[in-house]
Design a protein around this ligand. Structure first.
Ligand code: NZQ
Ligand code: ZN
Length: 386
């Protein structure tokens, strides 16, 4: 096991009706900015429940944060936040609203040039406005981690950034708030959480059985509850287990002391930046292709995954078989796993390869995924499914 530090200060308030505790959590803060997306919280009743808790506060609303939150939108909230002296920001939504809010929280006190530099140049964020979340879409784990992913429409860029000062103070996770999700967003969430676990687990062995078994247990739970919760939107237990799986998949716990990959995410971010594909969809496209290309590097963990997570017998433990089962799981959720199925040809993705080449990035747990390998992965992802 590698050396590690583990720090996660996020208070999780989980369960039906827990929104009643929101007012208590905001004691001491008077001017609150409430951030949200394009209106789902107004249609499903979450907005009223949140506002009822803010009856004694000065509330500034900032709606309209889009999926894959854009710098161009968020910078407007930064201006409002500065003008109005916002003391606390409450994000009500999915990963995009939460990530956007982390950016706003970091950018309000940032006076060292254009706030985009926080994202594009990875400038260390030392200070932020405190924030909390009311989660409505289980997927990203953003409610319990200190990272965020922000896009810039003008340049078709999408980058991740993070800082220990960007952990939410609290996150309220009420599974009933997810009942209104369209099934494709639930499917995206299952794939996103599944991919988060694979990025931290499917690398090479480091004799870290606790981390491995934590990861395997969340993967198995997602395989069990994922398809069922897509089929049954108002089953509380299914939604609760789905929600907690997603949070546990990316709160830092399973990555303690182990190598991590993240190449699928980095390539996937480019597919979103160029073609607007949902984050979960990009992962379902890239992961099977990446595993096929990297099967030898990942062989030991791939076998362990096939055996322990999918229960395959020794004679079934063949990389191609294990990868096909994974891809078919994504497809069973209703997600198309090939670029061609999304109307994208290999020629269309060449700018992504060029981008990786010009950045000189070397990705993966062995830092051996450079632009030539990115090209092979994208080529494989363009082949038709058969
Ligand atoms: O805009 P609203 O009205 O909120 O509607 C959203 C949006 O259209 C809707 N939605 C959310 N909750 C709902 C609902 N509709 C009905 N009922 C509800 N209860 O769902 C749509 C998608 O929402 P979004 O927040 O974009 O989805 P998700 O949570 O999957 O977030 C994706 C973003 O998170 C980033 C991704 O890159 C992407 O930008 N990620 C963040 C990570 C992190 N911070 O740790 C890690 C991830 O790997 C990921 O990269
Ligand atoms: Zn993700």
């Amino acid at each position: 096991m590698n050396n590690f530090e583990f720090f996660n200060p996020v208070k999780i308030i989980f369960g039906n009706g827990q929104i009643a505790k929101l007012n208590d959590e905001l004691k001491g803060f008077q001017t609150i900015m409430v951030t949200y997306g394009s209106g789902s919280i107004k249609r499903n009743g979450v907005y009223e429940k949140v506002m009822a808790q803010l009856h004694d506060k000065m509330v500034i609303e900032f709606g309209g944060i889009e999926p894959n939150p854009k710098y161009e939108t968020l910078i407007k909230a930064v201006e409002v936040g500065r003008e109005r002296g916002v003391e606390f920001i409450l994000a009500v939504g999915g990963g995009s609203v939460i990530d956007g809010t982390k950016f706003i929280a970091a950018a309000i006190p940032f006076h060292d040039g254009e706030p985009w530099n926080i994202v594009s140049k990875g400038i260390k964020v030392e200070e932020s406005i405190p924030m909390g979340t009311v989660l409505t879409l289980p997927a990203t784990g953003s409610e319990m981690n200190s990272g965020a992913v922000i896009s810039r429409a003008a340049t078709q860029e999408k980058y991740a950034f993070g800082s220990p000062v960007l952990f939410p103070k609290f996150s309220i996770l009420d599974p009933t708030f997810t009942y209104s999700l369209p099934s494709n967003q639930v499917a995206n969430g299952v794939v996103d959480a599944f991919a988060h676990i694979l990025e931290q687990y499917l690398t090479y062995p480091t004799n870290s059985p606790i981390q491995d078994r934590f990861s395997e247990s969340i993967l198995k739970t997602l395989i069990d509850v994922g398809p069922k919760t897509i089929a049954q939107s108002d089953d509380y237990d299914l939604r609760a287990n789905f929600m907690w799986s997603c949070t546990m998949a990316l709160n830092g716990l399973i990555s303690t002391g182990v190598p991590t990959d993240w190449a699928t995410h980095m390539i996937g971010h480019e597919l979103t930046a160029f073609f607007g594909l949902d984050h979960g969809v990009t992962l379902a496209i890239i992961y099977p292709a990446l595993l096929s290309e990297m099967a030898e590097d990942k062989r030991a963990k791939l076998m362990q995954y096939g055996s322990r997570v999918w229960g395959l017998a020794d004679n079934e433990l063949v990389p191609a078989n294990i990868i096909r089962i994974t891809e078919d799981f994504f497809r069973s959720l209703g997600i198309k796993t090939r670029l061609s199925e999304h109307g994208i040809g290999f020629n269309n993705v060449k700018p992504i390869v060029e981008r990786f080449a010009s950045r000189g990035w070397r990705l993966g747990e062995n830092r051996n995924i450079a632009s030539d390998m990115v090209e092979r992965i994208l080529k494989r992802a363009s082949e038709p499914y058969s």
